[in-house]
Design a protein around this ligand. Structure first.
Ligand SMILES: Nc1nc2c(ncn2[C@@H]2O[C@H](COP(=O)(O)OP(=O)(O)OP(=O)(O)O)[C@@H](O)[C@H]2O)c(=O)[nH]1
Ligand SMILES: [Mg+2]
Length: 232
């Protein structure tokens, strides 16, 4: 299958109160990509801005939290005919001009899942603090080693999935919050899908983070849970 046709790509953007970021993301979207914003119940102008840029807006299902947004996006994708799902954060921290390169990586490596590593890519100064770099690395190395592979950024919001991957992963995903990326990563290997990591650039986000210090620590707990679960 060739991923050359941009019309075969659906970009899903989970967003919660990202009125500034979403505008930047949609302004920089490569020509021809279909885009849907999964809104997590924003109380700012996120939905209005998305509609202004002709993105389809979907209200998230399953409850509150980013995981529910991601799963809603996958469910929506499976109801369409698109061949590739691109998942990207709505805060403007990722560079959309890298999308074609990520999809090419998927095609060249015959991968089902591609994750964009902000640790291996070029980071704008101040875009990611030392704690986030360190904790992302630890979590990624531990989870990757479970499968005898080296990954550096499994908590990234920047993913590409083949249709086969979404079909396989969607029924397995139960996460409601920011642990969704770890669950996607573990489920990818559990299901025997081929996963690669490519470097991506990272810049300072617009607006305020939704990933609080409390949620960052909670993700460590989830890491242990997912690791243990993978053995049984
Ligand atoms: N649909 C939906 N999106 C959410 C929810 N919570 C966060 N998001 C979005 O998920 C993406 C990632 O959230 P961020 O706050 O940027 O978290 P992060 O990228 O880990 O942390 P930063 O370093 O602050 O960028 C953003 O586009 C958020 O708007 C939610 O409950 N529902
Ligand atoms: Mg972000």
């Amino acid at each position: 299958m060739s991923f050359d046709a941009v019309s075969s790509v659906l970009v899903i953007v989970p967003a919660l109160n990202e009125e500034e970021g979403i505008e930047w993301v949609l302004q920089h979207m490569p020509e021809g990509f279909h885009v849907s914003v999964v809104d997590g119940g924003s109380t700012d102008e996120t939905v209005e801005v998305a509609k202004q840029y002709r993105a389809m807006v979907i209200r998230q299902r399953f409850g509150r939290g980013k995981g529910c947004g991601v799963r809603t996006g996958m469910e929506f994708f499976l109801d369409t005919e698109h061949a590739v799902l691109f998942m990207v954060d709505g805060d403007g921290s990722n560079d959309p001009t890298e999308y074609p390169r990520m999809i090419k990586g998927m095609e060249d490596e015959k991968a089902d899942v591609v994750l964009g590593s902000r640790i291996r890519g070029k980071r704008e100064k101040g875009a990611m603090d030392s704690f986030s770099i360190f904790s992302n690395l630890i979590v990624s190395l531990l989870l990757g080693l479970r499968f005898l592979r080296i990954f550096t950024d499994v908590q990234t919001g920047y993913w590409v999935f083949s249709r086969k991957a979404v079909k396989t992963l969607y029924p397995r995903l139960k996460a409601r919050g920011f642990e969704i990326e770890m669950e996607i990563f573990m489920s990818t290997f559990d299901a025997g899908l081929r996963c690669i990591e490519v470097p991506v650039g990272y810049k300072k986000r617009f607006g305020k983070t939704k990933f609080s210090l409390f949620l960052r620590f909670r993700n460590f707990g989830y890491m242990i849970y997912y690791l243990l679960r993978s053995f049984f």
